[in-house]
Design a protein. Structure first.
Length: 386
């Protein structure tokens, strides 16, 4: 029994089994369709909700499962083995729902959470901007008080944001105007989908991987939201948006290990069955060295991810653990997917096999949620306490 297995509770195993059934029954049969059409897999996400996989971290009184972060990571890793795009879509949705659960009023929780746990409503967090990144001091999106209508008018542009445009619930981080007497006034506002608000437009971006995962540029031109759209308090927006950053980074690490695991399994099976010069290619030392390195990197990533996840579940999560798990898993995903293709030779480059999809999907993980370079800097500063 591995160290990871020894610490899992029956509840953890139950969620992993639930995710395994969902991945096998629903995601795997649809993965290539999603890849080829590049369409948002709303039907697949709805089925994830039906199976209790969208509300793992959300309170039971609002339709969630009330489980811990280790259960979430076990589930999202298994889903990522079948489709990185579906796993990342669930990740973006989850980390839009959590701020509502953590900071919302009872009315907001009652309105939004149950549909989100059931998959009837999709969530997206919009923080990043084209010229400001995610820096709170440089955000230019404004929420102007509309004294006539009794709410706010949001104007600005957001970049990226998983599920942006196709979401039914967008959390928009904006700077309140007039500004409060103290502080920057950065706050979070709940805005509905593109089709439900005049002045809200979306331009989808095209990427080399994660096809079916939707993101792009969201533009707000005096989009009205009423007073009840404010999530939490004025000026607490960045804290709300970044309050789950350690969880989100560890979750991305779990997605990376899932993609790496799928590639590794393909490589091992191929190396044992494909003959070259009268012998299986797995008997060649060069291939064995690659398999060993892939196995070691994958195990290292999984242990770091689940160490961070278990710490978060126990209330002891920290930035050093989450950043380290995120960048190690991202690098492992790139390494394993690339070398799985190498072991397959020319077959690894074929589009009728999933290896090139795994390779393209893995690349984005070293960029989103903070680049690998940022994660390494974060770990170093935490280690040296500077």
């Amino acid at each position: 029994m591995t160290l990871i297995e020894s610490v899992l509770s029956d509840e953890h195993r139950e969620f992993r089994e639930r995710a395994d059934e969902f991945a096998t029954d629903v995601v795997e049969p649809e993965a290539e369709r999603i890849e080829k059409t590049d369409e948002f897999p709303r039907d697949v996400i709805e089925k994830a909700g039906e199976r209790g996989l969208l509300g793992i971290l959300l309170p039971e009184e609002y339709g969630g499962q009330g489980s811990d972060f280790l259960s979430y990571c076990l589930a999202v890793e298994r889903i990522a083995q079948a489709s990185g795009a579906v796993a990342e879509t669930i990740q973006g949705h989850t980390f839009a729902a959590l701020p509502i659960a953590n900071f919302g009023t009872e009315e907001q929780k009652a309105e939004y959470l149950e549909p989100m746990t059931r998959g009837r409503s999709i969530g997206s967090m919009l923080l990043t901007e084209p010229d400001a990144g995610s820096s709170p001091s440089e955000l230019s999106t404004i929420a102007e008080v509309d004294e006539t209508e009794g709410g706010y008018r949001i104007t600005g542009e957001k970049s990226f944001g998983t599920n942006a445009g196709v979401a039914d619930v967008h959390l928009v981080v904006a700077r309140k105007r007039p500004a409060p007497a103290e502080g920057h006034g950065v706050s979070v506002f709940i805005a509905p989908g593109v089709d439900d608000r005049e002045g809200f437009t979306f331009d989808r971006a095209e990427f080399m991987g994660m096809r079916g995962h939707v993101t792009g540029d969201s533009t707000f031109e005096s989009v009205f939201v009423d007073e009840s759209a404010l999530l939490g308090e004025i000026g607490h927006g960045f804290r709300i948006a970044m309050g789950t950053i350690d969880m989100a980074r560890t979750g991305l690490g779990a997605i990376g290990t899932g993609i790496a695991r799928a590639s590794f399994d393909e490589a091992v099976e191929y190396a044992g069955g494909r003959e070259q010069g009268g012998s299986p290619v797995g008997e060649y030392q060069a291939v064995q060295v690659l398999i060993a390195d892939m196995d070691a990197q994958l195990d290292s990533a999984r242990h770091l991810v689940y160490d961070s996840a278990a710490a978060i579940a126990d209330g002891n999560g920290d930035t050093r653990k989450s950043s380290k798990s995120k960048y190690v898993a991202s690098e492992a995903a790139e390494f394993v997917t690339r070398n799985a293709m190498q072991i397959h030779g020319g077959n690894g480059y074929r589009t009728d096999l999933p290896l090139e999809r795994y390779y393209r999907d893995a690349k984005i993980l070293s960029i989103i949620g903070g680049t690998t370079e940022i994660q390494k800097t974060t770990v170093a500063t935490e280690v040296m306490d500077i």
